[in-house]
Design a protein around this ligand. Structure first.
Ligand code: SF4
Length: 373
């Protein structure tokens, strides 16, 4: 397959999640198990011989969601709730719901989909040993519930194989983001986003083959020396896609990210820590520089500065998800540190229900102009 064919295939997957998940289940003779953003132990779902499907909401008009969620619940959860009530997730056999913020703590009790929900808690104080033990137990409960629902055995061997596959996937994705930064004409902001997003709707083994092939082919191409402005993006996610088309129209390349939907997913490998559950739990303990994992020293800020330097970025765009408290707390600290470092910063508010982006377009335009001074 040529570069364009791989890219088009992955874009098609990202554009039609329902169709892609159905096809992947049929092709691999597997069931689908969902997990609500931002994080979940996908390895456990994969070890149950199921396709893990990441639920990150989408661009949908809210009709029934407001009946179950307050207007100030974040825009991702509003979209997910809307899809639940419309039966979009009926293909799933179960759904994992992580409690990493106040909205998600309630969300675990409000699931309206047809399949059973499995809420679980990520411990936030990760510096005490009990945090790891607690999470191992949470994962043990998830296994037990999945085994009962799916009528399968999730073995230690299957978990280990799954961990190896996922670490391989993470390494390939880190490589992809590095190569993408050198080929920003081929891998435009929208293409980059869609390629990463496709991984949520496919069997990881199959996705990995495509991404490795793409990396290999892109590596053989000369670096593209675009004259566009280079930015690093940070936040939960950078959607709706309409925003990215403004990046492209204005000549802005994405050369690195600190998005929960993108690099934060594959930044931290699962370390070898004895048995599989201990290893999976240790990964959360090692997961740093993230607004959704208690970060008393705010390592995220230094990470952003390092990422901006490493990517030779002209600036940073912070995409602030509407009504996401954990992200909002970081904004003033990021603003003052970027000022100190002389790194141009633009904070834009994003929401999945938005349909017009003229205001963001104007702000991006002003941001580009300010970088030239
Ligand atoms: S409030 Fe933030 S962290 Fe919580 S679910 Fe919404 S986007 Fe995710």
């Amino acid at each position: 397959m040529e570069i364009n064919q791989i890219i088009n295939y992955l874009i098609e997957i990202a554009d039609s999640p329902d169709k892609a998940v159905k096809l992947s289940c049929e092709k691999n003779h597997k069931n689908a198990v969902g997990w609500v953003a931002p994080y979940a132990p996908e390895e456990i779902i994969y070890a149950a011989n199921c396709i893990p499907v990441g639920l990150w909401g989408g661009e949908v008009e809210l009709r029934k969601a407001r009946t179950y969620l307050p207007a100030f619940a974040c825009s991702i959860m509003q979209s997910i709730m809307e899809y639940e009530t419309r039966g979009t997730y009926d293909i799933l056999k179960a759904v994992l719901i992580p409690a990493v913020c106040d909205t998600l703590k309630c969300f675990g009790q409000k699931w309206k989909g047809a399949c059973p929900a499995i809420p679980f808690v990520y411990p936030q104080n990760r510096r005490v040993q009990s945090a790891e033990l607690f999470l191992e137990n949470e994962y043990r409960l998830i296994i037990k519930k999945l085994e009962d629902i799916l009528n399968v055995d999730i073995t230690e061997e299957a978990l280990r194989e799954s961990i190896i596959l996922y670490n391989d996937y993470r390494a390939a994705m880190r490589e992809f983001t590095e190569i993408a930064a050198m080929h920003t004409t081929t891998i435009s902001p929208t293409v980059r986003h869609q390629i990463i997003k496709a991984s949520y709707f496919m069997d990881k083994k199959e996705y990995l083959c495509y991404i490795k092939k793409l990396n290999e082919k892109l590596r053989l191409q000369p670096a593209e020396h675009s004259k566009n402005k280079r930015v690093v993006v940070s936040g939960i996610m950078l959607e709706p896609k309409g925003i990215l088309s403004h990046f492209e129209a204005l000549g802005i390349d994405v050369v690195g990210d600190d998005l929960a939907q993108e690099s934060r997913q594959f930044r931290t490998d699962v370390p070898f820590a004895g048995d599989a559950l201990k290893s999976l739990a240790r990964q959360w303990i090692n997961h740093n520089a993230c607004s959704l994992a208690f970060d008393p020293y705010k390592q995220r800020i230094q990470h952003l500065v390092d990422l901006a330097h490493h990517s030779k970025a002209d600036g940073v765009v912070l995409a602030l998800m509407k009504f996401c408290d954990p992200e909002e707390y970081d904004v003033p600290i990021i603003m003052s540190r970027m000022k100190e470092e002389n790194i141009p910063l633009l904070v834009i508010e994003v929401g999945q229900q938005a349909t017009a982006f003229e205001q963001i377009n104007t702000r991006l335009q002003g941001f580009i102009e300010s970088m030239d001074y």
